[in-house]
Design a protein around this ligand. Structure first.
Ligand code: PEP
Ligand code: MG
Length: 594
């Protein structure tokens, strides 16, 4: 039966495919396809993993049976019996075999997929004793996964199967291996998302998350349709269900009828045509009708993204979120050399264009490791994140600063500091930068000149601009956090997402004042939050005087199209009307219609 689930539209486009349910804790399990001739080896890998765990359990059973009746823990013996029985469960074996043989999933992916299927069955059981066996099943699968570690045979380069080009009519006929897959999870951390950058998935759905949560941001950077904040989606959708993700409307359609499939197939093709049309603007300079030149920069997460940025026509990197180099490493942070090589790669990749490297911004919804959530603090977004974290760990900060300064000898680097609010933080940061230079001098290591910039993303910073303008060469407005902190709305919390409003008069005032004051002092200012890549706001930002926008590479051409159609002389007065209106959205819409 067809039904719809409503969430938040975070990454545009339509994806049609079969659901792959992934439990939050198991996202780091490898997902790739094996070649048909590797199927027997893959099945053998799961069997070997399972046999190793069976042996382990039998050994334990043996040692229990050798204990005296007084010391033998009866519960443990019973538990081991259950685990052994579950391990030898036919449905587990049959299912795993099916996913490997019919879908060409790698062994680990097949095992976790079948675990999801069986877990659902346990959830549906009436008997509480049987229902609780779900945890046992999860435990034994974890053990099998551990036993399989290091036995991976080969990794076929991941491909998005069918991808945006899926023709659903054919898909329904060819129901075996070559169908697009969409990932459905309760939650995904930004680090999890990064693993999927080159992944097999054509779209994502998560139960939680806000529009500017970092998970949503990475989905946008991957340019694949995504819906977050879909509440109970991961419980309502079953493994292998057909789903449509409408990333523009924030809707998920489960088990669509042929008519709905045809409609969305059409929409998908329209989207592709539009993308194709936009490609014609690739080499057109971003200049408004009244000859105002606008700088379009890229936001990147990894050094390799520099290539995507160049291909999209970016004139530089306006935001390199360096924290992605620090994530998912089980707490082992990258050293100076590793960071230097990564930054250098991005700098060289941009072929002489400027690269703005932001110092690490972990914390809040960007934990270092997906499994380590900051439950110890009630409000992690207000806690130790970004520059606060760096200043609290001087050795780590120094390592990063040295690496960035060294990379600056290979091209044009701008160093950007996130989340500053206090004069003391500014002083300490600048002292750290001087110290890093002095250390490199003493080691006779070459380094380059960097321009220094601060993110304006805390209202306190936006309200103390003279202080920032005194110390920094450029400012970058982080609207994602500026909105979060101005409106006291957790950007990652879907339950308050309706109140997260980029057009709130208070937000607009802070953004507008920052642009005006920077321009008055002849300092560069850009917006690198999600507002910069959203065409709804392009004209408004132009009217407020912004001439530098930094966004995901995939958004550059649509924003450029808006710029080419704009006349800033006409936008100024209107932008002031929007800014000072009680209901700016209404005024914005009015103009949109005219
Ligand atoms: C922002 O806050 O707008 C920003 C660009 O930084 P991040 O999204 O990484 O917090
Ligand atoms: Mg921010």
């Amino acid at each position: 039966m067809t039904f719809s689930i409503y969430g938040l539209a975070v990454s545009r486009g339509v994806a049609i495919g079969r659901a792959v349910l992934v439990a939050s804790g198991r996202v780091d399990v490898a997902h790739y396809f094996v070649a048909a001739h590797e199927v027997p080896d893959e099945i053998a890998r799961v069997r070997a993993g399972r046999d190793a765990v069976v042996e382990e359990i039998q050994r334990l059973q043996g040692s229990i049976s050798r204990m005296g009746p007084r010391e033998a823990p009866t519960e443990l013996a019973a538990l081991l019996d259950v685990h052994l029985m579950l391990l030898q469960d036919e449905e587990l074996e049959r299912g795993v075999k099916h996913w490997i043989t019919d879908r060409l999933y790698n062994a680990e992916w097949a095992l976790t997929t079948q675990l999801e299927v069986i877990s659902r069955q346990f959830d549906d059981m009436e008997d509480p004793y049987l229902r609780e066996r779900k945890a046992d099943m999860e435990q034994i699968c974890e053990r099998v996964l551990r036993a399989m570690k290091g036995t991976q045979t080969s990794v076929v380069p991941p491909v998005v199967r069918g991808g945006r080009k899926g023709h659903q009519q054919d898909l329904l006929l060819d129901d075996t291996v070559d169908v697009p897959l969409v990932l459905v999870a309760h939650d995904l951390s930004p680090a999890d998302m990064l693993q999927f950058k080159q992944s097999v998935f054509a779209g994502f759905i998560t139960d939680v998350g806000g529009k500017t949560s970092h998970t949503a941001i990475v989905a946008r950077s991957m340019d694949i349709p995504a819906v977050v904040g879909a509440r109970t989606c991961s419980q309502l959708v079953r493994q292998d269900d057909w789903v449509i993700i409408d990333g523009d409307a924030g809707v998920v359609i489960v088990d669509p009828s042929p008519i709905i499939l045809a409609e969305y197939g059409f929409k998908q093709r329209q989207g592709e045509l539009e993308r194709g049309r936009l490609q014609r603007l690739l080499h057109t300079p971003a200049v408004t009708m009244d000859e105002e030149r606008v700088q379009l920069l890229a936001n990147i997460e990894m050094p390799d993204d520099a290539q995507t940025a160049l291909q999209a026509g970016a004139l530089g990197v306006g935001l390199f979120r360096s924290e992605f180099l620090f994530m998912g490493r089980q707490g082992k942070l990258p050293g100076e050399e590793e960071q230097y090589l990564a930054y250098r790669k991005a700098v060289e990749g941009m072929q002489g264009l400027p690269v703005t490297i932001r110092t690490v911004d972990v914390g809040a919804d960007k934990p270092l490791d997906a499994s380590v959530h900051d439950d110890a603090h009630l409000n992690p977004a207000l806690g130790l994140r970004a520059i606060r974290w760096s200043l609290a760990d001087p050795a780590m900060f120094q390592t990063q600063l040295r690496a960035i300064l060294r990379a600056a000898s290979h091209g044009k680097v701008r160093l950007l500091v996130p989340m500053l609010a206090h004069a003391t933080e500014i002083r300490q940061t600048l002292a750290h930068i001087d110290h890093a230079r002095a250390q490199l001098d003493s080691r006779c290591v070459p380094y380059g000149r960097v321009e220094l910039g601060a993110m304006i993303e805390i209202p306190a910073a936006a309200l103390s601009l003279p202080l920032f303008l005194k110390h920094f060469d450029f400012l970058s407005i982080g609207t994602n956090d500026l909105i979060q902190y101005t409106l006291a709305i957790d950007r990652a919390d879907e339950s308050v997402a309706h109140l997260y409003d980029p057009l709130h008069p208070a937000v607009l005032r802070l953004v507008a004042d920052t642009i005006v004051q920077c321009r008055a002092q002849g300092k560069d200012v850009s917006v690198c939050g999600e507002m910069a890549g959203d065409t709804t706001f392009t004209r408004l930002l132009l009217g407020l005087g912004l001439r530098s926008f930094s966004m995901h590479p995939a958004q550059i051409l649509s924003v450029k199209q808006e710029i080419l159609r704009s006349d800033t002389r006409k936008l100024q007065e209107w932008a002031q009307r929007v800014r000072t209106a009680d209901d700016p959205a209404a005024v914005l819409l009015e103009e949109g219609q005219s």
